[in-house]
Design a protein. Structure first.
Length: 70
C-alpha cells in the first residue's frame, strides 16, 4: 500500500555494490540506469513505505535510507 509521506528513499551510490536486491523488492521504486551504471530512485508522488523499508532491511551494503520528514 502506497502511503503519502514527505520523505523519499535515497541510495548512497558510493556504498552501493549493485546487487539489484532493491529492484527485486520494489521495482516500482528503484531502477538501474544502464547509461550511468548505477541504481536510482524513481520520482514518485509517494512511496510504499513497507516496500522501501524491506529494501533497506535487505540491502547488504546498507546504502538505502530515507530523507525528509516522516
Amino acid at each position: 500500500m502506497t502511503q503519502k509521506t514527505k520523505r523519499w528513499p535515497v541510495i548512497d551510490l558510493g556504498a552501493c555494490v549493485k546487487c539489484g536486491g532493491c529492484i527485486e523488492v520494489a521495482p516500482e521504486v528503484f531502477f538501474y540506469n544502464e547509461a550511468g551504471d548505477y541504481f536510482e530512485v524513481a520520482e514518485l508522488r509517494s512511496y510504499d513505505i513497507e516496500l522501501v523499508d524491506e529494501a533497506i532491511k535487505l540491502c547488504p551494503a546498507d546504502c538505502i535510507g530515507w530523507e525528509g520528514e516522516p
